[in-house]
Design a protein around this ligand. Structure first.
Ligand code: ATP
Length: 207
């Protein structure tokens, strides 16, 4: 199994890259999706959050009201730690399950927006970084995602810098051009995966 970590700043193009890798045959483990699954309606995770933060965090439709949770959880370090102590183990367990379910000869891509912020690089054979200049990400988030410029800038400021990502990347995917140009780079990496495996497997540690 070759375990690749995929990351990049908000709006960099991670979903675009992981969709292409999935099409080529990689197994994708999406950290954001797992984080949503563990607190989906009817899960023990959602019950644990309600016990800690109050029933008001569950909306009328039974789903997690993220804004209500944020109001209660992000008031202090202690309350944030309480939230993380519920969600992090659940996310960790499910992630390990997903890795265990992948075929032994799979190329597994773990898509983790905060991979570098979380110091997770040693868990992967290779770290792929989607590299998109900050101003371009800002423009895409505003034009394509409908975020306000202030909101987009605020989110970017909370993440690692482009320089930090460059320092952690084994493979940089440049997404300052067209989407087609990005996909072409993904296909090149995929075509070279056996060489990449042979060169890197012995000096990295799997998750
Ligand atoms: P998030 O951090 O929010 O999960 P992401 O890193 O997964 O974002 P994408 O959703 O893949 O990023 O891309 C962000 C937006 O930019 C999308 O609307 C996508 O279609 C668009 N996009 C990605 N690459 C390009 C490109 N090269 N040219 C133009 N638009 C692009």
């Amino acid at each position: 199994m070759l375990i690749l970590g995929l990351t990049g700043g908000i709006g960099a193009g991670k979903s675009t890259v992981s969709a292409e890798l999935a099409r080529l045959g990689a197994e994708i483990i999406d950290a954001d999706k797992i984080a949503r699954e563990v607190v989906a309606p009817g899960t023990p995770g959602l019950d644990m959050l309600a016990a800690e933060f109050g029933e008001e965090i569950i909306g009328a439709d039974g789903t997690l009201d993220r804004a209500a949770l944020a109001e209660r959880a992000f008031v202090s370090q202690e309350r944030t730690a309480a939230l993380n102590s519920i969600t992090h183990p659940l996310i960790g367990e499910r992630t390990v399950e997903r890795f265990a379910q992948a075929p032994q000869d799979a190329i597994v891509v773990h898509d983790v927006p905060l991979l570098i912020e979380g110091g997770m690089e040693p868990g992967y054979h290779l770290v792929l970084v989607v590299d998109t200049p900050e101003e371009l990400r800002l423009q895409r988030l505003v034009e394509l995602r409908g975020l306000t410029e202030a909101d987009a800038r605020g989110r970017i400021a909370k993440q690692a810098t482009d320089e930090q990502r460059h320092a952690s990347a084994d493979i940089l995917l440049d997404n300052s051009g067209s989407e087609l140009a990005l996909l072409e780079q993904v296909r090149k990496v995929w075509d070279r995966r056996l060489v990449v495996m042979a060169n890197n497997l012995e000096h990295r540690h799997p998750v």
